[in-house]
Design a protein around this ligand. Sequence first.
Ligand SMILES: NC(=O)c1ccc[n+]([C@@H]2O[C@H](COP(=O)([O-])OP(=O)(O)OC[C@H]3O[C@@H](n4cnc5c(N)ncnc54)[C@H](O)[C@@H]3O)[C@@H](O)[C@H]2O)c1
Length: 428
Amino acid sequence: MNRSRQPIAGIGTGYVGLVTAAGFAQLGSEVWCVDIDAEKIAQLERGEIPIYEPGLAECVMANRERLHFSTELAPALEHARLLFVAVGTPPTYSGDADLSAVHAVVDAMPSSDHHALVMKSTVPVGTGAAIRRGLEQRGKGGFGYVSCPEFLKEGSALEDFLAPDRVVVGDQGDWAGDAVIELYSPLDAPLVRTDIASAEMIKLAANAFLATKISFINEIANVCEETGADVLEVARGMGLDRRIGTHFLKPGIGFGGSCFPKDVSALKQLAGNSGYHFQLLTAVIEVNELQKRRVISKLQKHLGSLVGKTVALLGLAFKANTDDMREASSLVLSARLQADGAKVRAYDPIAEDEARKLMGGVEFADDALGAVAGADAAVIVTEWPEFAELDWSEVAERMPGRLVIDGRNFVDPEAVRAAGFIYEGIGR
Ligand SMILES: NC(=O)c1ccc[n+]([C@@H]2O[C@H](COP(=O)([O-])OP(=O)(O)OC[C@H]3O[C@@H](n4cnc5c(N)ncnc54)[C@H](O)[C@@H]3O)[C@@H](O)[C@H]2O)c1
C-alpha cells in the first residue's frame, strides 16, 4: 500500500476538519469524516459546504468520491487507522480551554492497538499525556496518540494546508507518528518531530507570539498618533530587519477570530495553573481589548456625543475571506456604539448570516453604498477587497457625514480626502 495514501478519518468537520479532510483527499486518501452535527453532515452529503473558505468547495467537489460523511464513528473506525481530531476547544469563562468535545471523542474510542488519535485541535500542554493516562486506566492503552497541531489561517486555509511552513508531529516514536509523517510527506514541508508536550506548546507559543506582534504594533501605532509619526513607515522600516520580518506588523482594530484570543488566554491560564504569571500575555490581551474600543474615541473626537448618530460598519467578519465572526472586533464595536446611543448600519459581503445571529439591533444593508446612506460616519472594519474599489465620490453622494475611519489602514487616504471626507487611519 502507498502509505501516503492511506485512508484516514476526520472527527469534526469545521474549519480545520473539513479543510484537512479535503486536503488529504486531494493528496489521494479516502477520508471518513464524522461530525455530531447532523445538519452539517446532511449538507455535506448534498454537496453543500457549510463554511466559506476560498477554494474549499471546489476541492471538496473535485474529490467527492474519496470523501465520506457520517454522524457515526463506526465506518471511520472500520476503514481508517488514523483518526484526526478537529473538534472545537472554545474558551471557558476562566479563559481555560473547554476540552469537553475532545473528551467526548476520546471516550467514544474502543479498545484497539491498531488505531491512533491524531490531535489537530489546539489543546493545553499536558492534554495528550492526560488522554494517554485515561486510556491506559480504562484498559485501552494500545490506542495510539499523536499531537499534530494545525497552523492554517482562515481565508487561505486550503492553501496553507497544502503548503505549510512546517509540519509538527509530537509522538512517542511509534507506528502512529511514522504514519502521520508519511501522510504529510507529499507536501515536502519542514518537519518538527518532537515529544507530545512540546508539540502542544509549539502551537500555543506560535499563536501567542503572533498576537504579541499585533498588540506591539498597535501600541506603536497609538504612540505614532501622539507623536506625529506614520506607523506604516515605521512598520516598513522595522520589518525589513530580517530578525523582525514584515508579517503581522499591520496595526488595526485588534485581533479576533477563533484562535488568537482563545489561545493567548489558554496559554496565560495554563501558565497560571502551573504557578507562573505570564505578565506579557496579560498586557497583550489588555492592549487588544483597548484597541477595539479606540474607534469609539476617534468617532467621539469628531462627532461629539454619539447619541442618535448613524455609524456604518463596512465589513463584519474577523478578517477578510472568511465568514467567521468568532471574537470579531465588529461585535465589540457594534455593542459599544449602541450602548453610546448610536444607530449601527452594517454590511459584509459574506458573513451577514453569521453576523445576524450574533448582533442585535443592527440594520443590515445589501452593499457598502446601502450601509453608508444617511450615515454620519463610516468605519472600515474588515479589509474586504471590494472596499479598496469603492468610489468615494459615490459614497460622498449617499453619506451626509464627513468622517471615514479606516480601522485597517486599507483604503487610499488621498482618494477618501479628495471626495471631501476626513480620513482617520490607525497610527498615521
Ligand atoms: N479555525 C482555525 O483557524 C484554526 C486553526 C488552527 C487550529 N484550530 C483549532 O482546531 C480546532 C477546531 O477549530 P475549528 O475552527 O475547525 O472549529 P469548528 O467549531 O469550526 O468545528 C468543530 C466541529 O467539531 C464538531 N464536533 C464537536 N464535538 C464533536 C464530537 N464529539 N464528534 C464529532 N464532531 C464534533 C462540531 O460539530 C464542529 O463541526 C480548535 O481546537 C481550534 O483551536 C483552528
